[in-house]
Design a protein around this ligand. Structure first.
Ligand SMILES: Cc1cc2nc3c(=O)[nH]c(=O)nc-3n(C[C@H](O)[C@H](O)[C@H](O)COP(=O)(O)O)c2cc1C
Length: 189
């Protein structure tokens, strides 16, 4: 069965990023796809130390919550990475995951290659496109395949739950999730 995982890079439990990822996963599950939501909130996820030992051992030397998440990324057919905008950028949490996953994946022989997925970015007012691009660089560098939607995968919201008022944002994310499933099914045919 097709599996899609959605990662929220927000430290805020029950916030807008979480809601948006869950909306994408709900849409995917309506197409008979297995989904799993992963929140980085409260996890122990240190940044990459640039020790390069993964190049030799093919594992990250820092033992924390990274290993469990990376295993799920490798098992999945589809991957959604979402972040709120913090001072115009993606959060340190999601960047820690990206840096370490990118190097370990490379060391293991580019194990994320050809997976389907893409970024989501959420902000109160500005910085969506920059954060969207930050996450997109990871997908491109890993040889993953990003399907389009009816707009860029961004949404507006400040306080918890406000993103649910952004009709166009929700519609864009639902269309993105549908396109992800469509593409994964085509690839697996
Ligand atoms: C430290 C911090 C920095 C933020 N920086 C920005 C920003 O640069 N631009 C913006 O529009 N919103 C900014 N926000 C607002 C968040 O992006 C917004 O509240 C978002 O919905 C939070 O997502 P969450 O509910 O998943 O945590 C910032 C919030 C925090 C806590």
């Amino acid at each position: 069965m097709i599996k899609i995982i959605g990662v929220s890079g927000s430290p805020r439990v029950g916030g807008n990023t979480e809601l948006l990822v869950k909306e994408a996963l709900k849409t995917a599950s309506e197409e008979r796809v297995e989904t799993e939501f992963i929140s980085l909130a409260g996890l122990n996820l240190k940044p990459c130390q640039a020790c390069r030992s993964c190049g030799t051992t093919k594992e990250c030397i820092q033992k924390d919550d990274f290993q469990a998440i990376f295993s799920k990324m490798v098992e999945a057919d589809g991957l959604i990475l979402a972040s709120p905008v913090y001072f115009g950028s993606a959060t340190p949490q999601i960047m820690s995951l990206i840096s370490r996953a990118g190097l370990v994946s490379g060391a293991k022989g580019r194990v994320l290659e050809n997976k389907v997925g893409g970024p989501l970015a959420i902000a109160r007012r500005a910085g969506h496109n920059f954060t969207f691009a930050q996450l997109m660089f990871f997908f491109f560098q890993q040889g993953m395949i990003i399907p389009g939607s009816t707009y860029w995968n961004i949404a507006f919201g400040r306080e918890k739950g406000e993103v649910l008022n952004d009709e166009e944002g929700l519609r864009t994310i639902r269309n993105f999730a549908k396109k992800m499933v469509w593409l994964i099914k085509k690839i697996k045919e």
